[in-house]
Design a protein around this ligand. Structure first.
Ligand code: NAD
Length: 377
């Protein structure tokens, strides 16, 4: 039996610095009996030299074409241009973050090319898939990085300091959206010594905010989302809730130094949480980091990959925050991919065989067609 061949391409998306395999995961795939080919230079931006992949047992291929030739599985951080998959085996799997709604053109092209595309961002949020969840692993790092970068452009310190020259007060940080990124943002801001408050539409987050030593700021007059909602996700809120939230935020935000927004609604543009008028009410020198800027933005006037000055407030956000921590982000992303494929490894067939619960959730294309219900509807 020929061994399964896994190909890893160098990422070509603008600003993408991550890589979908590390020497650690290469070694583990080889131990499962797979052959791994990695395109030359694939790990350089994540501080991984080709030689480290070679020592882990990978073949370092001189080009993408050579890496993909006869591949059974192609791993990526983002989906590659469909043309780059030419030469892969018929029915080869593409396992990556595929942005299925925004990049529907690509998904159709993968289907036409006979590729079985598996979208890692569609991994169900069930206990046994936690170690395969790229959204969590990358959001956690993004929440950390948002606070660090906000601190970097803030012209003051975060902790309270009592010095011989006098005392400076602690920064006030407000985190809006307390999912995976928001929780890490709260923890990071607390570690830096800030006074932290946070809000969400899901009432279950109140306890989590308190347990991290921050103050919950919640709409009380209109019911939010009780329980875990659908798969733990938020939905669009009623006009009444939005009005109550805007009023609450207006009263709170003028007293804040740093605001980190992380609110997302799956498959929808990010909810608008901060208006231009609210920004104008903040003190000059305050900073807003909009982690949702690439999904339409939580903040009016935020521009991806720029620090804009609005009424003396610096507003920033990156289109690809995890790429700014490429080494750690790659290590976790690569482990998510390995955990996924190895969990389904069939020893007799020498390859992964998916079950229905997870397979149907992530599989976008098969047998030349788009098969995912969320893309057919
Ligand atoms: P997300 O990135 O989709 O959204 C970020 C946060 O924004 C969420 O907490 C959401 O409630 C909040 N939000 C949405 N609209 C808002 C608004 N108008 N105002 C304020 N906040 C708003 O969320 P996420 O980080 O992916 O996490 C969502 C949930 O899923 C969490 O409860 C998390 O613990 C859970 N989760 C479960 C698993 C698992 O069981 N495998 C894995 C990861 C996350």
């Amino acid at each position: 039996m020929a061994s399964l061949r896994i190909a890893v391409l160098r990422e070509r998306g603008a600003g993408e610095r991550r890589v979908a395999a590390t020497p650690e995961t290469v070694r583990k795939f080889v131990a499962l009996g797979a052959e791994v080919a990695i395109e030359r230079g694939a790990g350089l931006e994540a501080s991984i030299p080709d030689a480290d992949y070679a020592s882990a047992g990978a073949q370092v291929a001189g080009s993408a074409v050579e890496a993909v030739r006869s591949a059974d599985i192609v791993l990526g951080v983002q989906g590659p241009d469909p043309g780059r998959l030419t030469g892969a085996n018929p029915g080869a799997w593409l396992v990556a973050s595929l942005d299925p709604f925004a990049r529907r053109d690509r998904i159709d092209a993968y289907a036409a090319a006979g590729i079985e595309a598996l979208a890692m961002e569609f991994m169900p949020r069930i206990t046994r898939a936690q170690s395969m969840d790229i959204l969590s692993s990358q959001s956690n790092l993004s929440g950390y990085k948002a606070v660090i970068d906000a601190a970097g452009v803030y012209g003051r310190a975060f902790p309270m300091m009592m010095t011989a020259a006098g005392t400076i007060s602690a920064a006030r940080v407000f985190v809006m959206g307390v999912g995976v990124a928001g929780l890490q943002a709260i923890a990071t801001a607390r570690r830096l010594g800030a006074q932290v408050s946070a809000t969400d539409v899901r009432s279950a987050t109140k306890e989590q905010i308190l347990s991290l030593g921050a103050k919950p700021i919640f709409v009380e007059s209109v019911a939010g989302i009780e329980g875990e909602g659908s798969g733990g996700y938020a939905t669009e809120m009623s006009a009444e809730y939005q009005a109550a939230q805007a009023e609450l935020v207006s009263a709170h935000i003028a007293k804040q130094d740093i605001v980190i927004t992380t609110a997302l609604i799956p498959g929808k543009p990010a909810p608008r949480l901060i208006s231009d008028a609210q920004i104008a009410s903040m003190k000059p020198g305050s900073v807003i980091f909009d982690l949702a800027v690439a999904q339409g933005g939580n903040v009016e006037g935020s521009v991806a990959d720029q620090v804009v000055d609005l009424h003396g407030v610096k507003v920033l956000g990156w289109s690809n925050t995890p790429a700014a921590l490429a080494a750690d982000a790659s290590a976790l992303f690569a482990r998510n991919l390995y955990n996924f494929l190895s969990a389904f490894w069939d020893k007799d067939q020498g390859r992964p065989v998916l079950d229905a619960e997870i397979g149907d959730a992530v599989r976008l294309t098969q047998g030349g067609k788009v098969v995912h219900e969320r893309l057919l509807g």
